[in-house]
Write a protein that binds this ligand. Sequence first.
Ligand SMILES: NC(=O)c1ccc[n+]([C@@H]2O[C@H](COP(=O)([O-])OP(=O)(O)OC[C@H]3O[C@@H](n4cnc5c(N)ncnc54)[C@H](O)[C@@H]3O)[C@@H](O)[C@H]2O)c1
Length: 346
Amino acid sequence: MKLLVTGGAGFIGSAVVRRAIAEGHSIINVDSLTYAACLDNVATVADADSYAFEHADIRDPSAMTSVLKKHNPDAIMHLAAESHVDRSIDGPAAFIDTNVTGTYVLLEAARAYWTDAGKPSGFRFHHISTDEVFGTLGETGYFTEESPYQPNSPYSASKASSDHLVRAWHETYGLPIVLTNCSNNYGPYQFPEKLIPVVIHKAMSGQPIPIYGKGDNIRDWLHVEDHAEALLLVLEKAAVGSSYNIGGENEMTNLELVKMLCGILDRLRPAEKTYAEQITYVNDRPGHDRRYAIDPTRIVEDLGWHPTYTPETGLEQTVQWYLDNEAWMNALLARDGVGDRLGIAK
Ligand SMILES: NC(=O)c1ccc[n+]([C@@H]2O[C@H](COP(=O)([O-])OP(=O)(O)OC[C@H]3O[C@@H](n4cnc5c(N)ncnc54)[C@H](O)[C@@H]3O)[C@@H](O)[C@H]2O)c1
């Protein structure tokens, strides 16, 4: 298939691009290259005949219209977004602009493109979203595809809004959409302001490793390559209008996760003391959701998807990748404002 991927210079989008090319698809990577983008993430496929890059903003209607006309894709996989919760607390406007208005602009461009082509039934608009739209869980229970939307942060509210727009464009205009909501991703090429690369960087540079609050917030971690595989499976096999929750059934408190990372670093880069001694508790994020956990039954039963990584294998591979790619990490850390504590305003 010829796939137009938005946000393909980011963390998850680049994993989708690399995997899709390896599977024989053609890719048009549409990215406006915000602070969170890095074209090195797709360097391994950039010279392939089946790869094209378009430097364009999803909020720009004429750019989206002309990119679609020029490349004539069979499907759109929409990952471009402002994605960092802490940044959304300090500056929510960019999240409304890109995640809500940008998705609206892209939907309208896709609708016109699909309509002009005679409404082909095989066309897909795949919207990639997060489990954070469902809010927070207590001690028990799981998010399913029927969970009510209850977003708590400006980021999750903007993603929830975009999910609603996508559903409405299907119900109202018949646009053939599929929707996925995934739990926390980890893996190579994650921007170094997110928890796992922050921990690795702080540990290796001898700085305090920050834990928000008591570190008892629970997240359900999934390796980015398992997510990319699930996304391509949904794109090819899911029924029009359906939605799938994607998660690895790997619940951990943030403290458990950080201790596990320190243990891996102790083995891979032994120092005089354990890295866990650098753990430092800092003020919590306002509105910090207590627990996320996905019930992945639908994608497992309908599409036969199973994650290939366990937390042990996936985290070890990830830590090793960051140790082997310090230059990549340092170049991103040198960008303006990256690495500062954000999101403490209330
Ligand atoms: N990271 C996670 O754990 C996670 C989990 C579930 C869902 N998601 C969703 O997956 C998607 C990708 O997340 P990520 O972690 O890879 O994000 P990321 O921040 O690493 O990458 C986002 C990419 O989108 C691009 N972009 C931003 N605004 C744009 C615009 N206006 N026009 C064109 N391109 C623009 C950026 O330049 C960047 O390359 C997002 O939609 C996010 O909500 C993320």
